[in-house]
Design a protein around this ligand. Sequence first.
Ligand SMILES: NC(=O)c1ccc[n+]([C@@H]2O[C@H](COP(=O)([O-])OP(=O)(O)OC[C@H]3O[C@@H](n4cnc5c(N)ncnc54)[C@H](O)[C@@H]3O)[C@@H](O)[C@H]2O)c1
Length: 320
Amino acid sequence: MKKVRVAVLGYGHLGKWHCQKVEANKDVADFVAIVEKFPAGQEAARANHPGVKVVSDISEVMSEIDAAFVVTPTSTHFELVKLLLENNKSVFCEKPLCSNDNEGSKLLEVAKNKNVVLQVGHSERFHEAWEKLRGRFQNLTPPFTVRINRVAPFKGRATDVDVVQDLAIHDLDLLLYLFKQKPVQVAAHGYKIRTTNWDHASITVSMEDKCEALVVVGRNSSKEVRELEVISKDGMITVDLFANKIYEATSSKFEDGTFVKEETYAKRDHLLLEHQNFYRSIQTSQPAIIGLKDGLNAVHMVDCTLKAMDLKTPVQVKLG
Ligand SMILES: NC(=O)c1ccc[n+]([C@@H]2O[C@H](COP(=O)([O-])OP(=O)(O)OC[C@H]3O[C@@H](n4cnc5c(N)ncnc54)[C@H](O)[C@@H]3O)[C@@H](O)[C@H]2O)c1
């Protein structure tokens, strides 16, 4: 099968890891170029990938590639993804696909009738825990409550965007992916603590069948927590996404006489899995595992949340 000729756009914090994954998939990917706007990043890219062309603008290599990984700041995603699609290139875009609904509808228009793959980097979907639990989550007896906590001490990264676009988008996407009941309304409030953007957000998502999710995200926390908890009449399931553990407390005792069952699930290389799925989709002309619709719906959830925070009033969700 023909190798996929790729470029990675952005040689920053995450772009470096994407480049490693391209190298790790040399049987299917031909690493043509790294596109990095600034000299410091270009120098680092040249040092770490001597056989790969390093350029400052995508136009310099557009004719040499089949596909590109967009790993640049979120504010640049829309223009770059649009340009790549217009040039009939397959695109893997890191989350969020774009900055707002308005950009999203323009991308939808550009993507129409294009025979390419568009995959979005919602990497949190690749936890093995969801393979074990999604079926059960989809069949939960409503109403149920979901609590998601994703907080960490300040790291100084991604301050060009707020915490909703940077962190909550993972959890808003997980809500759409894991549960049958879809969001209908979002209420939210937040705090600007260290930056001029929202650094903390508390988001209440009302879902169908009277289900509810409370998503708390923050980048100025005293500790690091990544946890998803589901509470229903059947008991409680907690997933510790840091420790890769599932805890379960049902209405009865477990076989060994305990009230809480603990299970460890395997830690996986999410980025590697994303790359493998992307190349497979291109080579077999199959839709992306996480595609345009998923990306746009996640952006819509972010848009609703930000509006709810700014206007201090609940906002109705209209998924595509
Ligand atoms: N899936 C995840 O879990 C996850 C984790 C971290 C970051 N991200 C996403 O990845 C993206 C990048 O994040 P990061 O932390 O690597 O940012 P970063 O700032 O460390 O790196 C971005 C790089 O892109 C370069 N750049 C800017 N404009 C460019 C352009 N037009 N062409 C080429 N290069 C350009 C910058 O010089 C910089 O080196 C963000 O959208 C972020 O949301 C996703």
